[in-house]
Design a protein around this ligand. Structure first.
Ligand code: GDD
Ligand code: MG
Length: 354
């Protein structure tokens, strides 16, 4: 069995953070996002290869995972010549294999029991099995109605608010049989959500739902990107660092340098190679990335700083996401959900937000 991770989208809603860092490798604490999905997939012994379906900035993703050595699973890359949409991408990535496929949207964080989903798929002898999760507002997702016996009755991508009939949405996790892929056109964009799933229902193929009520989030917007960090800090999801770490105290890498006179409030995280100078306040829900430099008496609250950025002396940064290798000048004040793309430079005494 193989897994396909759909990791070719442009991550438009996370711009400017995704201009130079494709969404599948945005950092979540100390590691690139897809590491969390690989952790899940490696728990399924049947999966002997994970295929990353890429389009946007593929090299930047390949550099992170290589052939998978170090992740615990074999990783291979398939780069589309042009974006083929979610359905086209699955068919393109699955070329040359007849194996059952486990497919993940490359931006969902979850602790789902993949083995149980595969077991249901086999038990029902399904052509397709889809994981559903309940959410408060389904209109940003694919709405999925089911029958009492678990078969999918209707799939409606991004429904208008007046078409919402249930709270279960497509979690972006599927088990699929490739013998259904001949209906997917080869060289034009084709959506798994808008065309392939409706076709399964129309042709009365066995298409079943697996409802999961555990942790699930799509990290694809700035608010959700911040939310996943808060949820992990709050113990709602225990992946990566949080599988063993004590989140009630500031989590500080032994390779970080914290000068005397720094105040840290849990939960917060400081990665290896970061240097926090004296007088600084690292407030709750702050994440300081690898190699970042925080100068004297800065005040950071609820802020995510990506690797190698530098925050000047006395700067106040509350609520921002700061990309890689940025520089925020001394005495600057940034308040509110500011997003700074990689290499942003703010001169001293800049003031934005309130
Ligand atoms: N290879 C490839 N090629 N990947 C793609 C392409 C493409 O042309 N288009 C999108 N993707 C990848 C994205 O990188 C992402 O990981 C995944 O497919 C889903 O795309 P999004 O752009 O994130 O879709 P969405 O979040 O609006 O909606 C999807 O996910 C929801 C759950 O989070 C849909 O599947 C919804 O039905 C679902 O509810
Ligand atoms: Mg998404």
């Amino acid at each position: 069995m193989k897994a396909v991770l759909l990791a070719g989208g442009k991550g438009t809603r996370l711009r400017p953070l995704t201009l130079h860092t494709p969404k599948p490798v945005v950092p979540i604490f100390d590691r690139a996002f897809l590491h969390y999905q690989l952790d899940l997939l490696k728990q399924v012994p049947e999966i002997d290869e994970v295929i990353l379906s890429l389009n946007y900035q593929p090299r930047k993703i390949e550099e992170v995972f290589g052939d998978g050595t170090g992740t615990g699973v074999r990783v291979r890359y398939v780069v589309e010549p042009a974006p083929l949409g979610t359905g086209g991408a699955i068919r393109y990535a699955a070329q040359g294999t007849d194996d059952t496929l486990v497919v993940f949207n490359g931006d969902v964080m979850t602790g789902i029991d993949v083995k149980a989903v595969v077991a249901l798929h086999r038990e029902r002898q399904a052509k397709a099995t889809i994981v559903l999760t309940p959410v408060d507002n389904p209109s940003a997702y694919g709405l999925v109605e089911t029958e009492a016996d678990g078969r999918v009755r209707r799939f409606l991508e991004k429904p208008n608010p007046d078409c919402i009939t249930c709270d279960t949405i497509n979690a972006g996790i599927y088990v699929l049989e490739p013998d259904t892929f001949d209906r997917i056109p080869k060289d034009v964009p084709y959506s798994v959500e808008r065309a392939y799933f409706p076709s399964l229902i129309e042709r009365q193929d066995t298409f079943v739902a697996y409802v999961d009520r555990g942790y699930w989030i799509d990290i694809g917007t700035p608010d959700k990107y911040v939310q996943v960090h808060h949820d992990m800090f709050d113990g709602k999801f225990a992946g990566g660092l949080f599988a063993t770490g004590d989140r009630t105290k500031p989590m500080v890498s032994p390779e970080a340098r914290i000068e005397d006179g720094v105040t840290m409030t849990a939960p917060c995280f400081i990665d290896a190679g970061a240097h926090i100078k004296s007088g600084t306040t690292i407030g709750a829900y702050s994440v300081i990335g690898r190699g970042a430099l925080i100068e004297e008496s800065a005040d950071l609250q609820n802020t995510i700083i990506w690797p190698n950025s530098r925050i000047g002396q006395n700067a106040v940064v509350h609520g921002a996401i700061v990309g890689r290798s940025c520089h925020i000048g001394r005495d600057s004040v940034l308040k509110g959900r500011m997003l700074l793309g990689d290499k942003s430079q703010l001169t001293d005494v800049t003031s934005i937000g309130s």
